[in-house]
Design a protein around this ligand. Structure first.
Ligand code: BGC
Length: 430
């Protein structure tokens, strides 16, 4: 369609459009962040005016989910990059529901007419995690309303179906009625405070299965790190379908061995956007360059893979379900997204220094999928990135290593707790 034509004529047209874009972009962002293009020498720009991108953990109130607009618009070159949590959550819920419907003849393992599932919750104060819990409860009919939305609290154990945070759902399949019950759910937080903790999930399934294993027909997890831990500890051997989120390599490979499915949050697009918004601000070009508008190397994204919400200053990648039907297309989660895989010209986009942190260096998704992608894109975008790995527990473990922001041209931040944006901006304000 339109894309193709663009592609063919791109080489010719881009030269022209970029001349146009350059002047326009410079105007719209009043010269971008303005780190003077002096070949990487020391910059005269105040730290508070340097480009800043929040990623993976959106500045927001961890109890109410309300966005922290002050942090999201810290300066004119501040953005958030994540993915569409609600669209993804709905996909995850639907994926689980579809699986149950298609496999109804074998899913109810003890034949009691109750389809029991357990749910691993990542972080009760993280809006991605909250959305996924709600998406699953909504699709399976186990959610109850709380303040106008589905309650996302963990239930602990609920083998008798009496918990107050969920209700029993019903599904009618092939003329027969089944009860759907959330037998147990828990935030997977270890004793040191790290959330989304895979080892904790592995232990939880051990405890749950030893007391009511026969009733567990489906295992659902807010992410693949915890999902795979439960799969390896119990559900693989017991042939209980297990569902996660992230499409990490090991989880996608496990689909061949009975892992039920996962969701790709298009980390290949998110990692690109994370660095691309910084690149554009540093170059003083229009923020849409190489995103919705092709750059002169030909990098461009289509609206099928992301959305941008101006009032939230946020880019959201779109999610795709990965199941037995299509997993062969997702076997390498660290592969750059082809439409944005072209090297930028060093003459126009000179090397710049970026400080970037990963809140928890042992988070499966961030360390095995997101960071390897960032490391590929940083080369393509001529960014020299210092990667700082946190312990997943304390903000100070990370902020202590932002001691000299003056050495960097831009910042990419992955907070431990979504309420804590000010611990970072305070350092940039100094
Ligand atoms: C991922 C999780 C990860 C979390 C970290 C989520 O988007 O799905 O796997 O643990 O981000 O913040």
């Amino acid at each position: 369609m339109k894309k193709k034509i663009l592609g063919i004529t791109m080489a010719m047209v881009l030269g022209l459009s970029l001349v146009a874009c350059g002047s326009e972009g410079g105007g719209s962002s009043s010269g971008g962040s303005g780190t003077t293009a002096d070949g990487g020498g020391s910059s005269t720009v105040a730290n508070k005016d340097k480009p800043l991108v929040w990623f993976n953990r959106q500045p927001s109130n961890s109890s109410t989910g309300e966005l922290d607009k002050a942090a999201l618009s810290y300066n004119k070159d501040t953005y958030y990059v994540g993915f569409d949590a609600n669209q993804g959550a709905e996909l995850q819920g639907t994926m689980v529901k579809d699986y149950i419907e298609k496999n109804i003849d074998k899913i109810d393992r003890n034949g009691d007419g109750v389809i029991g599932y357990v749910l691993a919750i990542g972080d009760i104060g993280h809006n991605d995690s909250i959305a996924r819990t709600r998406g699953v409860r909504k699709a399976l009919g186990t959610g109850i309303d709380k303040d106008g939305d589905i309650n996302s609290e963990p239930v602990g154990t609920n083998v008798d179906g009496k918990a107050s945070a969920v209700k029993d759902g019903t599904m009618e399949i092939g003329g027969k009625k089944y009860v759907v019950r959330e037998l147990a759910s828990q935030e997977m937080k270890n004793s040191a405070g790290a959330t989304w903790d895979a080892a904790t999930a592995g232990n939880a399934i051990g405890t749950w299965s030893s007391s009511f294993g026969k009733e567990i027909d489906v295992v659902v997890s807010n992410n693949d790190g915890m999902g795979m831990s439960m799969f390896n500890a119990w559900s693989k051997d017991n042939k209980v379908p297990t569902f996660g989120y992230d499409a990490n390599n090991d989880a996608v490979a496990a689909i061949a061995e009975g892992y039920g499915g996962t969701i790709s949050q298009h980390a290949d697009v998110q990692a690109y956007l994370t660095l691309r918004v910084l690149r554009n601000a540093l170059d003083g070009v229009d923020i849409d360059t190489g995103i919705g508008t092709a750059d002169d190397a030909g990098n461009v994204l289509t609206k099928e893979v992301y959305t941008y919400k101006e009032d939230e200053r946020s880019y959201y990648a779109l999610n795709v379900a990965v199941t037995a039907e299509n997993y062969q297309d997702f076997t390498d989660s660290t592969k750059v997204y082809e439409p944005v895989s072209k090297q930028l010209d060093k003459g126009k986009s000179a090397s710049r220094k970026v400080w970037l942190n990963i809140y928890n260096s042992s988070d499966n998704f961030l360390s095995s999928t997101y960071q390897p992608l960032l490391q590929k894109y940083d080369d393509l975008l001529n960014l020299e990135v210092d990667y700082i790995g946190g312990d997943g527990q304390t903000e100070s473990n990370i902020t202590n290593r932002l001691g000299n922001p003056g050495q960097y041209d831009a910042f990419a931040i992955n907070m431990v707790k979504t309420d804590n944006a000010a611990s970072y901006t305070a350092l940039l304000n100094q």
